[in-house]
Design a protein around this ligand. Structure first.
Ligand code: ADP
Length: 405
């Protein structure tokens, strides 16, 4: 072998060595690049899952709309809201039931700005579709464009919040104020009328007439006081209900007896009978004794005052079944016609048929106080009535409303 051959072989070996090393390094580099890419993808995936988890945890419905105008993302709340529609790929017009939703989206797109709007809909136009059973429903729509640099795949987001509960309580409050003003205006106008009469020259000298006017005014002042008292109780019960209660164990029977003592004059004058069963006698409740006294007073007083005829039978019973406590106050009096039953717990509602009897005092707030007080204790109240046979108010209290120590 001559020197040239040896040199060529050595050079070839060196070249091969460096080639293989270079190839190995390239392979290693490629491997490393793939590993980093995989890691980045995994991190992105984790990050995306975290975001989705966060968005799925929202109680508001969230939609992202892509550049093609179709929805490209909907969180769990959005999917729950529109269970009947596939959402992804649909245009907002195909999803949202009312033109006002679409107008907000258009406005946001046109002005490239956020648009927040409260939308009140009739039951049949609710996003909940046939599942809506709350009547008028209210929604907060919040649409905003998304910055391209942060969200390359979505053009804007739509947030939808169910405001129905707040809207309905706002309505109830408005009705309450309107009804209360109306109920207070009547006795106040009567008092004012008689006052003006009394202030006329010479009216005070006619002693018998003045005393008649004063007694009418006193009756109507009583009514104003009762309405204001009842309104205060309702407002106390509604100011965060549970917080307004002072909860402690008490003997239910002693509460019933207190009420009967306060109503003794009516019971005696009407020759009514009040029966208390043995479960009632042994029952210990955990609750606010003040409100329970009010509940029983209103129910028993109602039975008595709606039935001034002699010999009425009022029954107070308690039953413990499957952990729940059922308390009932029933009477065998005039009853409540079935068409009025759904409304008797509403504020200021009085059954006309009985209302025409002007000797029956009442504000129409008694049963709404009862309902709110029972609900503040976690219970429910219902009424059934077969006029002339049995009118029964039944309260069901959850396990835990009883003191079993
Ligand atoms: P009120 O202050 O007029 O008694 P409530 O809210 O307590 O108002 O009751 C609403 C209406 O329900 C009453 O006006 C009355 O017509 C009817 N009602 C309630 N309890 C009875 C009952 N035990 N028997 C007959 N009617 C009743």
């Amino acid at each position: 072998m001559n020197l040239l051959n040896v040199t060529t072989t050595i050079l070839a070996a060196i070249a091969a060595f460096f080639f293989f090393r270079w190839r190995q390094e390239r392979k290693n580099h490629q491997k490393e690049r793939n590993r980093i890419k995989l890691m980045q993808e995994q991190e992105l995936d984790i990050e995306r899952k975290k975001h989705e988890l966060l968005l799925d945890g929202l109680s508001d419905a969230l939609f992202l709309v892509g550049h093609d105008g179709g929805i490209c993302y909907a969180n769990t709340a959005a999917k729950k809201l529109f269970t009947d529609r596939p959402l992804i790929g649909l245009a907002p017009q195909e999803v949202f039931p009312d033109v006002r939703f679409i107008e907000s989206i258009r406005k946001s797109e046109l002005k490239n700005t956020a648009v927040v709007k409260r939308i009140v809909l009739p039951q049949q136009l609710s996003p909940l579709g046939a599942r809506e059973n709350r009547g008028a429903n209210a929604w907060l729509m919040d649409v905003a464009p998304l910055p391209v640099e942060s969200y390359p795949q979505a053009k804007f987001r739509i947030l939808l919040r169910d405001l129905t509960a707040e809207y309905q309580s706002e309505q109830v409050r408005k009705d309450f104020v309107a009804n209360a003003s109306h109920e207070l205006r009547t006795p106040l106008a009567i008092i004012q009328g008689y006052l003006e009469n009394l202030l006329e020259d010479g009216a005070l000298t006619d002693k018998s007439q003045a005393s008649r006017f004063l007694s009418i005014m006193s009756k109507h002042t009583d009514r104003v006081s009762r309405i204001v008292e009842d309104m205060l109780v309702i407002s106390r019960l509604e100011s965060g209900e549970a917080a307004a209660l002072s909860i402690e164990p008490f003997e239910f029977l002693s509460c019933v007896l207190d009420v009967l003592e306060r109503l003794e004059h009516l019971i005696v004058s009407q020759e009514a009978h009040v029966n208390i069963d043995h479960v009632t006698a042994g029952l210990m409740l955990v609750g606010d004794r003040f409100y329970w006294t009010q509940v029983l007073f209103n129910l028993i007083e109602n039975a008595l005052k709606q039935n001034p005829r002699h010999g009425l039978l009022v029954t107070v019973t308690a039953e413990i079944k499957d952990g729940a406590t059922r308390i009932a106050v029933s009477d065998n009096g005039i009853g409540i016609p079935s068409q009025h039953l759904p409304f008797v717990f509403k504020r200021f509602y009085r059954v006309d048929q009985n209302h025409t009897n002007s000797t029956i005092k009442g504000t129409g707030l008694g049963l709404s106080i009862v309902k709110r007080a029972v609900e503040a204790h976690g219970g429910e109240i219902s009424v059934s009535s077969v006029p002339g046979q049995e009118t029964k108010f039944e309260i069901v209290l959850p396990d835990g409303a009883r003191d079993e120590a």
